[in-house]
Write a protein that binds this ligand. Structure first.
Ligand code: PMV
Length: 327
């Protein structure tokens, strides 16, 4: 039996634009998905433990056609199962064991579909654990490449390498198309996360941005502008200029709003953090609902968020410099 874990992430800069080949800078945070894998005779049984605030447990046997009987939305179960099943296919392929059967338990404290990369963390940890259980040790880059194939398959081609590379490698990373690098020297950022308790539909939000981008020149220009901003943000990050990083996060949120992916609750959490003198605040991930990330060296933004209507949970998020690991 093997347990592997992989971290969640926030986007400092560049979500959505990264889908069109612009650079993005996500960074891993100390919230993890844990996947435990034990080989069995045949078939795959998955136990999805609480990855959300309202927990759920699913017993699901992939050799059986019956849907699991659970009290959560079908789409969340389907999404979770889709990522786990595709990750198992990747592990079987990597180990040359196409018929391998597994008992799998997924646990963690990453809200699902909320912009913190829960699906990437699950895919990364599942591939690392399942291959190790079959006696194959993949390095983090190989795990990232296979986890990207998982997201690509489940999200029908609409995925960047950003989430999976960041979760596998840890720390702050830069992704531009197929070019994935770690950014050295970033080991401490005063990150605060606010969570509205909701989730955005990543596929629908990505499709919506594609639509406005194809229809309006301003939206195509906005995507290019986000790319320019990310390049400046990366420079500020490497120079340790947190004020400039915060300023650019604020601009990035405005540009994401222009593309139509913010929401009332995300905007009110962003403004609560700014009113409390955060250096910057923006939505993180696909948007529509879910999480914001703020940069704040004091405790003020955290306190302000915990009193903000629509904010279900607020927490300080330490940068996680370690990516996927065996527990
Ligand atoms: O909301 P998340 O954590 O799934 O992030 C989505 C980020 C996008 O740029 C919108 C899509 C992608 O695959 O990069």
């Amino acid at each position: 039996m093997v347990t592997a874990s992989a971290p969640a992430k926030v986007y400092l800069f560049g979500e959505h634009a990264v889908v069109y080949g612009e650079p993005a800078v996500p960074c891993a945070i100390e919230r993890r998905a844990q996947v435990t894998v034990e080989e069995r005779e045949e078939g795959v049984r998955v136990n999805l433990q609480d990855l959300t605030i309202d927990g759920f447990t699913v017993e699901y046997d992939s050799s059986d056609d019956d849907r699991p009987d659970v009290d959560v939305s079908d789409s969340l179960v389907d999404a979770g199962m889709g990522y786990v099943n595709e990750a198992i296919e990747q592990a079987r392929e990597a180990a040359g064991a196409p018929e391998a059967g597994f008992d799998i338990t997924v646990e963690g404290d990453i809200p699902l579909g909320a912009g913190l990369g829960s699906s990437a963390a699950v895919a990364v940890a599942a591939i690392r654990a399942a291959t190790a259980e079959l006696g194959v040790e993949l390095d983090a880059r190989e795990v990232a490449a296979r986890a990207y194939q998982v997201e690509h398959a489940v999200q029908q081609g609409e995925a960047s390498r950003a989430d999976t590379f960041c979760s596998a490698m840890g720390g702050a990373v830069r992704v531009e198309g197929d070019d994935c690098r770690t950014i050295d020297g970033v080991d401490n950022l005063p990150l605060v996360v606010g969570y509205d308790g909701g989730a955005g539909d990543t596929g629908a939000l990505v499709a919506g941005v594609r639509d406005v981008k194809d229809r309006y020149d301003f939206a195509a220009d906005t995507v290019t502008a986000i790319g320019d901003l990310v390049r400046q943000g990366e420079r500020a990050l490497v120079e340790g200029d947190v004020e400039e990083v915060g300023r650019l996060m604020n601009f990035n949120h405005g540009l994401l709003s222009a593309l139509g992916v913010s929401s009332r609750s995300l905007d009110s959490m962003v403004w609560a953090a700014r009113d409390a003198d955060a250096l910057g605040a923006k939505l993180t991930g696909a948007g529509g609902g879910g999480c914001i990330v703020a940069l704040d060296e004091s405790e003020d933004a955290l306190t302000a968020l915990s009193y903000t209507p629509g904010c279900e949970d607020a927490f300080r998020a330490e940068l996680d410099t370690e990516g996927v690991r065996i527990e």
